[in-house]
Design a protein around this ligand. Sequence first.
Ligand code: ZN
Ligand code: ZN
Length: 70
Amino acid sequence: MKQNETSVLVTPVSDRIVGSRPSHVHTCLTGGETHTWNCNSPYCEERETQCPAHGGFEPIVQGREPWRGR
Ligand SMILES: [Zn+2]
Ligand SMILES: [Zn+2]
């Protein structure tokens, strides 16, 4: 069974799920119509934030905190 795979995305997919931590849903108000995106960063405070595809910030991934250095 072969599916036609293209990399064209009709709607920006900005889910930022890393690992198996519990996720939450953000609401992005940019882009003409409100849409939601999933994320499981433990550092999010706001839930109404732009998704990364619309110029929002990238959620901080646990274990890759910028303040930790590398
Ligand atoms: Zn988040
Ligand atoms: Zn968006």
